[in-house]
Design a protein around this ligand. Structure first.
Ligand SMILES: NC(=O)c1ccc[n+]([C@@H]2O[C@H](COP(=O)([O-])OP(=O)(O)OC[C@H]3O[C@@H](n4cnc5c(N)ncnc54)[C@H](O)[C@@H]3O)[C@@H](O)[C@H]2O)c1
Ligand SMILES: *[C@@H]1O[C@H](CO)[C@@H](O)[C@H](O)[C@H]1NC(C)=O
Ligand SMILES: *[C@@H]1O[C@H](CO)[C@@H](O)[C@H](O)[C@H]1NC(C)=O
Ligand SMILES: *[C@@H]1O[C@H](CO)[C@@H](O)[C@H](O)[C@H]1NC(C)=O
Ligand SMILES: *[C@@H]1O[C@H](CO)[C@@H](O)[C@H](O)[C@H]1NC(C)=O
Length: 306
């Protein structure tokens, strides 16, 4: 973790032209943070400036759902955006660039960007499910009355949506001096198989309802966690959750999807944690979220062709 702590950063901030005055405000706030490693900030509306020689790309800007907008039209607008950004990465960024897609629908946008950047390995594209992962970890920790650091190996499977499956069957909790399974620590299977899952699945909506704005601080923290783990690796014996490219060889998830899996990272390379036992309860939830992604991919790929 030492090298990441010493690496100076140049931030290239891309937004659409009408938002440039707003972006100036973001630049001011970043300057006012007096961040020790932030060497330079370059705000721009030009892809050839924003994507030039990138080591890391965080794709946040997408088309939000507007009143009365059909799902298909929303997807079509996002396919256009992420096709463009994939092509710009292909043209201007380093071939080793690590791309994190945050803008929703994050999984499918990530797949579109990867497909539109054929010269960059698909493994270098991932989408954010770390926020869901952190939410799950925190729900378990609060229930046990311990810090979230004492809960490890929760898993988010599938789409970053309400069909995602937050899974605690491999989660370990350090409580009262020993390492317990999550089920032994919480002693309430009904909660773990019911309200726990729906709370994590619906958390984004709950935050919007309360704040009248979507998650911002927690999403930014999750983005930092995700990128830091790519750069510095995961801890021995621990895994995290990331939406990554499925080759069809893990857990029966169809190929050619960006699906959230448990991953371990070393030397800036992730590997799906492949040998976990999956019971019928988990399998049906993993399949349901995969089916949703297959349908969305097929619609998106049809738009990509035109
Ligand atoms: N995966 C996750 O866990 C997660 C978490 C939080 C937010 N999100 C998603 O991230 C996205 C952004 O959320 P937000 O709250 O920051 O929204 P926001 O509207 O505050 O910010 C989005 C910014 O992107 C810009 N933008 C739009 N289209 C662009 C384009 N083509 N090129 C460059 N910039 C463009 C907008 O002008 C705006 O400044 C949303 O889709 C949101 O649903 C995902
Ligand atoms: C998958 O999740 C995204 C949020 O990232 C959501 O917008 C989309 O509708 C989901 N896909 C389907 C097919 O429901
Ligand atoms: C587990 O928790 C105890 C306190 O309950 C703490 O002393 C110990 O360091 C923790 N172990 C790990 C691996 O974090
Ligand atoms: C780490 O990855 C780089 C680039 O892929 C490779 O050249 C190097 O040999 C790897 N190092 C180790 C220790 O695996
Ligand atoms: C990204 O691609 C490079 C090769 O260009 C590879 O060495 C590296 O492991 C990939 N990164 C990830 C996160 O898989």
């Amino acid at each position: 973790h030492c090298s990441a702590k010493l690496t100076p950063i140049i931030l290239l901030l891309l937004d659409i032209t009408p938002m440039l005055p707003v972006l100036e405000g973001v630049v001011m706030e970043l300057q006012d943070c007096a961040l020790p490693l932030l060497k330079e900030i370059i705000p721009t509306d030009k892809e050839e400036v924003a994507f030039k020689d990138l080591d890391a790309a965080i794709l946040v800007g997408s088309m939000p759902r507007k009143e009365g907008m059909e799902r298909k039209d929303l997807l079509k607008a996002n396919v256009a955006i992420f096709k463009n950004q994939g092509a710009a990465l292909d043209k201007y960024a380093k071939k080793t660039v690590k791309v994190l897609v945050v803008g929703n629908p994050a999984n499918t946008n990530c797949l579109v960007a990867a497909k539109s950047a054929p010269s960059i390995p698909k493994e270098n594209f991932s989408c954010l499910t770390r926020l869901d992962h952190n939410r799950a970890r925190s729900q378990v920790a609060m229930r046990c009355g311990i810090p979230a650091t004492q809960v490890k190996n929760v898993i988010i499977w599938g789409n970053h949506s309400s069909t995602q499956y937050p899974d605690v069957h491999h989660c370990k909790v350090n409580m009262s001096g020993s390492e317990l399974t999550c089920f032994d620590a919480i002693k309430d299977d009904d909660w773990l198989k019911g309200d726990f899952i729906t709370t994590v699945q619906q958390r984004g909506a709950a935050v919007i309802k309360a704040r009248k704005l979507s998650s911002a601080m927690s999403a930014a923290k999750a983005i930092c966690d995700h990128m830091r783990d790519i750069w510095s690796g995961t801890h021995e014996g621990e895994f995290t959750s990331m939406g990554v490219y499925s080759t069809g060889n893990s857990y029966g998830v169809p190929e050619d999807l960006i699906y959230s899996f448990p991953v371990q990272i070393q030397n800036k390379t992730w590997k799906i944690v492949d040998s976990l036992a999956i019971n019928d309860f988990s399998k049906s939830k993993m399949d349901a979220t995969a089916a949703e992604l297959v349908e969305e991919r097929d619609t998106a790929v049809a738009f990509l062709g035109v």
